[in-house]
Ligand binder design. Structure first.
Ligand SMILES: C[S@@+](CC[C@H](N)C(=O)[O-])C[C@H]1O[C@@H](n2cnc3c(N)ncnc32)[C@H](O)[C@@H]1O
Length: 237
């Protein structure tokens, strides 16, 4: 992905404030992904690793190396510094998750904090799922979480400016199933939400199988009130 891509310029502009942003929004995911990593018997890979917000606790808790892929040099710089500070082993690869390859098949590949939603089209996500299926050991797992679109949240949030944790405005473009996060100054990143059936279609075409679909990180059932999909899928043994 080119670094002048608007998505990448948002992360380049915000990488030093990213952890404050994430901490205000998402923390329950860390123990969930740590739990999956404890069960992984083989290489562990995080797609769109960012600053290592999840990969560092995973590496710390398991005492194992985590391989992280991300397209943003600024985010990877933060990850490198934080991993050194925490004394954990991360192998960081600058690259696009639609094209990643591994030297060895993985026991666990995971993609936290809705990062798959940065890919604009179903075909972009299909490329990731195909790379994942080709990169997993037999029986290996792929896990991710993503927004479950909620019209009430969209109605409440559309056009609203937030001061914290980083001044920004949220805009919903329902026709394009897109949410824009616009930093003061104009840098914009977008998330393209997907329905449950779109996710199930991606799993199907990649030849993977659903192990669990939760409505939250504590294993809550997915209901009409859920605002998050938490998926765990497997490659056949
Ligand atoms: C919301 S952050 C998630 C970071 C980290 N996984 C976490 O949970 O904190 C999204 C990350 O996705 C990365 N990203 C977006 N599109 C990407 C792509 N096509 N390939 C690799 N990384 C990508 C961004 O650079 C950014 O670091």
């Amino acid at each position: 992905m080119p670094y002048d891509d608007p998505l990448m310029s948002w992360y380049e502009a915000a990488s030093d404030r990213y952890d404050a942003w994430a901490a205000a929004d998402m923390t329950a995911d860390v123990p969930f992904y740590v739990g999956l990593a404890h069960e992984a018997d083989g290489p562990i890979v995080e797609l769109a690793v960012g600053t290592g917000r999840v990969a560092i606790p995973v590496a710390y808790a398991t005492g194992r190396r985590v391989i992280g892929v991300d397209a943003s040099p600024g985010m990877l710089r933060q990850a490198r510094a934080r991993a050194a500070e925490a004394g954990v082993d991360l192998t960081l690869i600058e690259g696009d998750m639609r094209e990643f390859t591994l030297d060895e098949p993985a026991a666990l590949i995971y993609c936290p904090y809705r990062a798959l939603l940065h890919l604009p089209t179903w075909a972009d996500r299909r490329r990731v799922f195909e790379r994942v299926a080709a990169s997993l050991q037999p029986g290996g797992r792929f896990a991710w979480n993503a927004i479950a679109f909620d019209h009430r949240v969209a109605a409440r949030e559309d056009g609203v400016r937030h001061e914290e944790p980083v001044p920004h405005t949220v805009r919903f473009a329902v026709g394009d199933n897109r949410i824009d996060l616009v930093l003061d100054g104009g840098a914009t990143t977008s998330l393209w939400w997907a329905t449950k059936n779109e996710w199930l279609g991606l799993i199907d075409v990649a030849g993977l199988h659903v192990e669990a679909l939760h409505g939250g990180f504590a294993g809550e059932p997915l209901t009409d009130e859920s605002t998050e999909y938490v998926f765990v899928v497997r490659r056949s043994p």
